[in-house]
Design a protein around this ligand. Structure first.
Ligand code: NAD
Ligand code: LMR
Length: 328
């Protein structure tokens, strides 16, 4: 055993928390030679429920699980962590957009960004709580003020990427793993743009393999944009297993070098790539250097159709930023 990785999970007694914790402890993300310590943050009334989750973690007898801490204090939760998975926040209900949560959930990320900067010197942060991009913008703003590099903050777009990849695989009649280079652009919302034009199926342009432009520009995009709402309508609760899975995929993709010629999707602070307003937390195609650093893939071709969609999702993020101006 070479080392212990410390992972903070906020909202640990929630649905996604329940789905993600055993998988973090199992070794499937950080490797079977790395011990895992879990720092679990909840609001005070949820601590008794969280104790039940901790009992279950003990009862799994995970050989790699080193240490489990439970607290309602953000600074204590983030002490010395290598990863902060910021999940804790209210989910939307039927008929709501994720952006409707912004005034309620946004303030959570002020204190957590500040606490991360005070408590964790070498941390990478993934914001899952909705609206994820703008919550990440808030956490990043306060974290950067406290000395955490801007590039360490990401908002989760992997669920959208996985959804898009699965829909393309179904349509093309191939295995999911044979669909690559699925870029999701913009906001984790109904304006996101899942990009089939740059996607590949068995290494060939997806547009050539599927060929059905009407479907690619219509039903495909709408299915991915509306999938979260569809899950809520069917389950009465928002996605949890697939969200937890996507968060783990994101962490894994950051930790391992991206195969040559490929990319994955993550929302990061824009530095002006593709003309996107600087500082917005915007989803781009990105690559990992395998040492925890990711960079935006430049130079992808974008049709006029794609540029219009990307502009619309950028505009929505600019509006969201204006709504939380007082938190920045
Ligand atoms: P949930 O209601 O089951 O759990 C949320 C938990 O967060 C609760 O236990 C709650 O007590 C806790 N919490 C609330 N405020 C907190 C705070 N200040 N600090 C710590 N914990 C706090 O919800 P869920 O289904 O687990 O979803 C959590 C969030 O993730 C929601 O905002 C949801 O919309 C979002 N989500 C995002 C994606 C994505 O792709 N980005 C996917 C699915 C869900
Ligand atoms: C999702 O995409 O499933 C989540 O963001 C939950 C939601 O509100 O749709």
């Amino acid at each position: 055993m070479s080392r212990t990785v410390r992972v903070a999970v906020t909202g640990a007694a929630g649905q996604i928390g329940y789905a993600i914790l055993p998988r973090l402890a199992s070794g499937e993300v950080f490797g079977h030679d790395t011990r895992v310590a879990l720092h679990l943050l909840e609001i005070t009334p949820a601590l008794p429920a969280l104790e039940g989750v901790v009992m279950e973690l003990q009862d799994c007898a995970f050989p790699l699980l080193d240490d489990v801490r439970v607290t309602d204090d953000a600074k204590e939760a983030f002490e010395g962590v290598n990863w902060g998975l910021l999940i804790g926040s209210k989910p939307r209900g039927k008929g709501m957009e994720r952006g409707d949560l912004i005034r309620e959930n946004g303030p959570i990320f002020v204190g957590q960004g500040q606490a991360l900067a005070r408590a964790a010197a070498d941390v990478r942060v993934l914001v899952v709580g909705n609206p994820a991009n703008t919550n990440c913008l808030i956490a990043m703003h306060h974290g950067v003020k406290g000395g955490i590099p801007r590039e360490r903050f990401h908002a989760m777009m992997r669920l959208d990427q996985n959804r898009a990849q699965a829909q393309l695989a179904l349509k093309a009649g191939v295995r999911v793993a044979e669909v690559t280079n699925v870029a999701i652009w913009g906001n984790h919302s109904a304006t996101q743009y899942p990009d089939a034009e740059n996607a590949k199926v068995r290494g060939r342009p997806c547009t050539e393999v599927i060929g059905h432009v009407g479907w690619l520009q219509g039903e495909f995009i709408q299915t991915v944009q509306q999938r979260g709402a569809e899950v809520i309508a069917a389950r009465g609760l928002s996605s949890a297993a697939s969200a937890a899975n996507a968060a783990l995929d994101h962490v894994r993709s950051v930790l391992h070098a991206t195969p040559e010629g490929e990319f994955f999707s993550a929302a990061v602070a824009s530095t002006g790539s593709y003309g996107i307003d600087e500082g917005l937390v915007f989803s781009f195609p990105v690559r990992s250097d395998g040492r925890g650093g990711i960079e935006v893939v430049e130079g992808l071709e974008l049709s006029e159709f794609a540029r219009g969609k990307i502009k619309a999702t950028e505009e929505e993020l600019l509006e969201e930023r204006a709504v939380v101006e007082d938190l920045l």
